[in-house]
Design a protein around this ligand. Structure first.
Ligand code: FAD
Ligand code: NAI
Length: 462
């Protein structure tokens, strides 16, 4: 029986980063993955393929709607959707191959197959058994569904199928106005699909600062999205390749929606099937997440869990940070993660990005705060690229001016939020950001202006 210092179960962004850091710290490390390609949800059926299709569809949409204004006439344009999907598959393959290369480079043993604990110190993978001093569980998550909706993967689909369709649907009904619904909805809306989003709550992207959802809804409606908020879905059925979704609105009125596909995007659930948690003595909480302490250690000494399978936001970069954290903890170091400063990004166009606390959270906690804003329509850089929708909002403490939250909807918000996270990690004040020299013309100047507005209501370009 082969023995390791560290065995990581699952090769998503949590698992493969945990394995690399473990190997870097000198541990004899193995990683187990049930699929033949490494990279987990994120690389295979999540972050990377969705961004590849978002980029392709954005290029197509810009060619259709913006090129003329830029003085570019391209005549008749034709969509080659098969090529779009093929390019996405190539991007995924290159990225997954990259992880395989990194495993080799770091001398990490890759074990292919489904891991099941047989004791707190050993797992089986097929016919083989492996022992380790430490295990890191990084088994991720799977799509959830709701009562009355059975996913058949043909017409009633999850993001996984939606990223590999063979045709552009004429009509798609999306259950859930969260991140997946709006990103995948954007891909197909840009390619000509009529998108209807049926959302249970009264807002889209409900976990983010509410100003962002309102602005995004306005922009997506211009792209042709239809939103049905405060609608409770009771069923989804398929007949002759047509789906019907039934929902009731806040007045208890029943509505039906029909389409070629129904995308179910109502959240994801932790994946621990056949992991043998009981054999190791590992506990889960009421929602199925593996319970961990502040060191991300389960109730069993030497068994840790990270990423989507534990509490917290289900994001690739959160999983990665936890991977590093656990490897360093095993090595006796004292790493730190500020879970309040994990940025969240939605890759629609305009992009939406956030770090720190929302206005709703500050109100709820009774924190006295100042707010500063800057609209992209006042940015010369945004005018140059015709990307004037959206704004930056900076929230800072009324007394100390410390930045408490930064919320952006606008061009390249996903990249600007990096500066916001750095500033907040170093506990910058709004004045600090406002006094830092930002290159001109850039989208990031809008963050400086919003910070100046939060500081003393004296932005320079508004
Ligand atoms: P996963 O990536 O889910 O990996 C878990 C791995 O463990 C899988 O490969 C699985 O096969 C393997 N496994 C499970 N059980 C076993 C077992 N018993 N034995 C062996 N192997 C096992 N996040 C972002 O931050 N940015 C984005 O842009 C983004 N886009 C997304 C788009 C979509 C469509 C989806 C679905 C998700 C997206 N996410 C995004 C979320 C992101 O994919 C997850 O947060 C991330 O993948 C979690 O990483 P993980 O390592 O915890 O688990
Ligand atoms: P989500 O939690 O973002 O959104 C689910 C939405 O479905 C919510 O708005 C919720 O109110 C709604 N909903 C729940 N039950 C419903 C019902 N019965 N009827 C109608 N609506 C209902 O989950 P989503 O979009 O499935 O994404 C899953 C996870 O994947 C997210 O937690 C996210 O972290 C991750 N992800 C991240 C991305 C990114 O970082 N850009 C991209 C895609 C996914």
């Amino acid at each position: 029986m082969e023995k390791y210092n560290v065995i990581v179960i699952g090769s998503g962004p949590g698992g493969y980063i945990a394995a690399i850091r473990s190997a870097q710290l000198g541990f004899k490390t193995a990683i187990v993955e049930r699929y033949t390609t490494l990279g987990g949800t994120c690389l295979n059926v999540g972050c990377i393929p969705s961004k590849a299709l978002l980029d392709s569809s954005e290029q197509y949409y810009n060619a259709l709607t913006k090129f003329k204004a830029h003085g570019i006439n391209i005549g008749d344009m034709k969509l080659d959707f098969t090529q779009m999907i093929k390019r996405k598959a190539e991007v995924v393959k290159q990225t997954c191959d990259g992880v395989a290369y990194l495993m080799k480079k770091n001398k990490i043993a890759v074990i292919t197959g489904h891991a099941t604990f047989i004791s707190p110190k050993s797992i089986s993978v097929g016919e083989q058994t492996f022992e380790a001093d430490n295990f890191i569980i990084a088994t991720g998550s799977k799509p959830s569904t709701i009562q009355g909706v059975t996913i058949d993967k043909q017409r009633i689909i999850t993001s996984t199928e939606a990223l590999s369709l063979k045709e552009v649907p004429a009509k798609m009904v999306i259950i859930g106005g969260g991140v997946i619904g709006l990103e995948i909805g954007s891909v197909y809306a840009r390619l000509g699909t009529k998108i209807q989003v049926v959302e249970f709550t009264d807002k889209i992207i409900g976990n983010m600062d509410s100003g962002l959802g309102k602005e995004l809804q306005k922009v997506l409606q211009k792209e042709g999205f239809e939103f049905y908020l405060s609608h409770k879905v009771s069923s989804a059925t398929v007949k002759d390749n047509e789906i019907t979704v039934t929902a009731t609105d806040s007045q208890n009125k029943t509505l039906t929606f029909t389409g070629d596909y129904c995308l179910v995007a109502v959240g994801r659930k932790p994946y621990t099937e056949n992991l043998g948690l009981d054999k190791a003595g590992i506990k889960t909480d009421a929602r199925g997440f593996i319970s961990v302490n502040e060191k991300l250690e389960t109730g069993v000494t030497g068994i840790y869990a990270i990423g989507d399978v534990v509490r917290g936001v289900m994001l690739a970069h959160k999983a990665e940070e936890e991977g590093v954290f656990v490897a360093e903890t095993i090595a006796g170091q004292k790493p730190h993660i500020d879970f309040n400063l994990i940025p969240g990004v939605i890759y629609t166009w305009p992009e939406v990005a956030s770090v720190g606390q929302t206005e709703e959270q500050l109100k709820q906690k009774g924190v006295s705060y100042k707010t500063g804003g800057f609209p992209f329509k006042a940015s010369a850089r945004a005018r140059a690229s015709m990307d004037t929708d959206g704004f930056v909002k900076v929230l800072s403490d009324s007394k100390t001016d410390e930045v408490l939250g930064i919320h952006i909807i606008g061009p390249r918000a996903a990249d600007i939020i990096g500066e916001a996270a750095v500033a907040m990690e170093f506990r910058a004040s709004a004045e600090d950001i406002g006094r830092i020299c930002h290159a001109h013309p850039t989208y990031s100047e809008s963050l400086k202006e919003a910070a100046l507005d939060a500081y003393d209501k004296k932005p320079l370009n508004l």
